[in-house]
Write a protein that binds this ligand. Structure first.
Ligand SMILES: [Mn+2]
Length: 350
């Protein structure tokens, strides 16, 4: 499980990581379970860069992911855990966008046996993996941003005009950067992010097409689930926090699945007083999935709800404004626990 750790930090240089990859004949590149846009963008960007350097690279993805992300894969056919585990001999393994064993459930045992071959690249604050060589750059808004110095050290030119089309390194980097910053809206989208975005757009990344493919490409059940979530919204702490719940019945009625939930947790953030939103969803008996979002209050000097910490109380984690957790228990009990944690966090904020 994710835990705050002072020792989860960079141990080496981008140059050293690049050299280790160049010295490997065959490389496996993977990321956390249920990969998001940044996880898949990171895996694709590094795999494409290493192939340009003549390495044989296999991509492995673990668990289900939002089907809209399929477009990023282009012609790529990644190995999929847990259905299948890698069987080739690898000289090096890259684990991207996570440093948490809890997020590596399906490939975890396979990875633990190859610990000395693994290099990690991440931008999260906390982690409990113990790979000797890793870059943990929490200043980066996405893992794809943290990969750029490594790709530069590989000597691969991903930002020349005309190198940013569909299936390119630049497109994969941009996809991670855009999705992890809420399309450049979150506070993490700083000057360095826009500088990188500019570099990628100059290469020819088609951001309008990517936006439509990634953000305006949901299936109808998403709206069904959004409607059902909004219909049971509960406001806490003077309308500063919202809780929504989706039960197996809701998924059945909407003909939806957890992959259709992308963005549903964000809806309450349209409300001015909302500083925190939590979506509780249940599709398996006895398991409640928690999704947290927060935004700073509008009033001057307002702090914000750290949902990474909040998710941590439920064995999960993420970022200060977006985090998640999986909890064993009944919906009504978990919802009550979440409400208590929210009330307390907001009371602490004042
Ligand atoms: Mn990320």
């Amino acid at each position: 499980m994710t835990q705050m750790s002072a020792t989860y930090s960079t141990t080496t240089t981008a140059r050293h990581i690049a050299d280790r990859f160049v010295n490997a004949k065959r490389v496996l590149v993977t990321s956390h379970d249920k990969p998001d846009g940044d996880a898949i963008g990171s895996v694709l960007a590094l795999a494409r860069a290493l192939r340009q350097r003549g390495r044989v690279v296999d991509i492995w993805l673990s668990g289900a992911f939002d089907p809209v992300l399929q477009c990023l894969l282009a012609n790529e056919q990644p190995g999929r855990a847990p259905e299948k585990l890698p069987s080739a001999d690898y000289d090096a393994v890259a684990v991207l966008d996570t440093g948490s064993w809890g997020q590596l459930e399906h490939l975890g045992p396979w990875l633990r046996e190859r610990r000395e071959k693994i290099m990690g690249v991440d931008h999260h604050r906390s982690g409990d993996t113990d790979f000797t060589d890793r870059i943990v750059d929490t200043r980066c808004a996405s893992c794809t941003q943290a990969l750029v110095p490594i790709i530069d050290a590989l000597g691969v030119k991903f930002d020349m005009p005309g190198t940013g089309g569909s299936g390119s390194i630049a497109e994969a980097l941009f996809a991670g950067l855009a999705t992890d910053t809420g399309w450049f809206r979150f506070s993490s989208a700083d000057a360095a992010v826009f500088t990188l975005a500019s570099r990628l757009l100059s290469a020819g990344v088609e951001k309008d097409r990517l936006y439509r493919q990634l953000e305006e490409n949901s299936r109808p059940p998403r709206l069904g689930l959004l409607g059902r979530a909004l219909s049971n919204i509960r406001w806490l702490a003077n309308n500063r926090a919202a809780i929504m719940q989706l039960m197996p019945d809701d998924f059945a009625t909407a003909s939806g699945s957890p992959e259709d939930l992308a963005g549903v947790v964000n809806a309450p953030m349209q409300v001015g007083s909302a500083e925190c939103s939590v979506l509780l969803s249940q599709t398996e008996v006895g398991i409640v999935k928690l999704s947290f979002r927060s935004k700073p209050a509008l009033h001057a000097g307002g702090g914000f709800v750290d949902v990474n910490r909040m998710a941590g109380e439920f064995g999960g984690g993420g970022h200060v404004h977006a985090a998640g957790a999986r909890v064993k228990g009944e919906m009504s009990v978990v919802a009550q626990q979440v409400a208590i944690v929210i009330e307390r966090s907001i009371a602490e904020l004042g």
